[in-house]
Design a protein around this ligand. Structure first.
Ligand code: CO
Length: 185
């Protein structure tokens, strides 16, 4: 089942999401639907708050970047209750976008290497190091769990210049080819 993706301006995107445990109902179905929704919108990552669920879970598939980074082939993962323990290295810029903020892209500076502790879909605990695009996607999705959006990382003047476009997105005045839910429509 494909969920509508919540657009910028919906309060759920600003909430700090809650941890879940193994008793969370229908988790397998939810995860399958998250992947289906992400693929239907050509995303590389999707966080639960973006489909209106304020829980600490995101999915990602970085295979599309495997041309440049071969280790990302079939890089499909689920992160439950993740904690970024460490972010290191000199920040690098990448032109990021977000399924909740269609048609806007900005250069965002982030550390290139992270250590993350997380549970996978089988509730196995991992502590892993990620670099490059994998780290980048995890940092972006992890931010969603804390109510942070990529545009929060740009300078205030630049953000102000985007404000009318952001308002248009909240009102549904944007053309997208995937299903969305607009807070002011
Ligand atoms: Co996003």
């Amino acid at each position: 089942m494909i969920y509508p993706i919540v657009a910028y301006g919906d309060p759920v995107l600003r909430r700090k999401a809650e941890e879940i445990d193994e008793n969370y109902p229908d988790l397998d179905t939810f995860i399958a639907n998250m992947f289906e929704t992400m693929y239907a919108s050509n995303g590389v990552g999707l966080a639960a708050p973006q489909v209106g669920k304020s829980i600490r879970l995101f999915v990602m598939d970085a295979d599309t970047f495997s041309d440049e980074e071969p280790e990302l082939a079939d890089f499909k993962k689920v992160f439950i209750n993740p904690i970024i323990i460490e972010e290191t290295g000199e920040k690098w810029a990448f032109n990021e976008g977000c399924l909740s903020i269609p048609k806007i892209r900005e250069d965002i500076w982030r550390e290139p290497e992270i250590v993350v502790e997380y549970y996978d879909e089988n509730w196995i605990l991992h502590e892993e190091t990620f670099k490059g695009m994998a780290a980048r996607i995890i940092q972006h999705e992890y931010d969603h769990l804390d109510g942070i959006l990529f545009i929060d990382h740009i300078n205030p003047l630049r953000k102000k210049m985007l404000s009318s476009r952001l308002k248009d997105i909240s009102r549904g005045r944007v053309r997208v080819d995937y299903k969305m839910k607009f807070p002011l429509k």
